[in-house]
Design a binder for this molecule. Structure first.
Ligand code: IMP
Length: 188
């Protein structure tokens, strides 16, 4: 029987929530949603940004929550846009990124998931290697039309099994094994 847990995803991005919900569902964890804008500090560290967001989310929701912070790191641009991925997406977007990337197209997507409740603040991270496509392909949100995951010829926007291999899937898988153990030990 599926257990029902009291866990919420806090974000202004409903695409992220939908993916996280479907991934956590597959691990038997039921995820609610608080659609909120959270404080985002300027930092070179995704972990620092995520932990600050998680504290802000918990103080607003007063329930066990997870938040996610992501970054697209392009090797030939020394990791740009990295922690600035959200701002760069809003300003120059995929078109602008494609103009900046030349022959070397290797990149990685990083996901940081931070859990926060009254007593615990814990962070999980994962990366997915890939390349930047030469043009936008497929209809997807964010950088999906330009990110080709490793071992694929299609972008995230063109594949239908993104949730089985994405940076988000990998970070949430790590989170899930910790969270389910934590819930079990609370039950004992
Ligand atoms: P954020 O700061 O965590 O919201 O994410 C940084 C940027 O990466 C935002 O512009 C997101 O839309 C984008 N992003 C995060 N995850 C994905 C994804 O799975 N696909 C496409 N874009 C993403």
């Amino acid at each position: 029987m599926r257990k029902s847990f009291d866990l919420y995803f806090v974000s202004s991005n409903s695409h992220k929530y939908k993916e996280a919900k479907s991934i956590l569902d597959s691990f038997g964890i039921r995820l609610g949603f608080f659609k909120l804008n959270l404080e985002e500090i300027q930092s070179n560290s995704l972990k620092e940004i995520a932990e600050n967001k998680a504290n802000d989310a918990f103080s607003k929701c007063k329930k066990p929550i997870i938040i996610e912070d992501d970054g697209l790191f392009i090797n030939s641009l020394n990791g740009f846009p990295g922690p600035y991925s959200s701002y760069i997406f809003k300003t120059i977007g995929n078109k602008g990124i494609l103009k900046l990337v030349s022959s070397k197209r290797n990149a990685k997507f990083v996901s940081i998931i931070t859990y926060c409740d009254k007593k615990t603040l814990k962070t999980f991270d994962a990366k997915l290697d890939g390349t930047i496509s030469k043009s936008q392909k497929g209809k997807g949100w964010g950088y999906d039309p330009i990110f080709i995951p490793k071992n694929s010829r299609k972008t995230f926007a063109e594949i239908n099994h993104k949730n089985e291999l994405s940076h988000r899937f990998k970070a949430l898988k790590r989170f899930s094994s910790w969270y389910l153990r934590k819930m079990e030990s609370n039950d004992r």
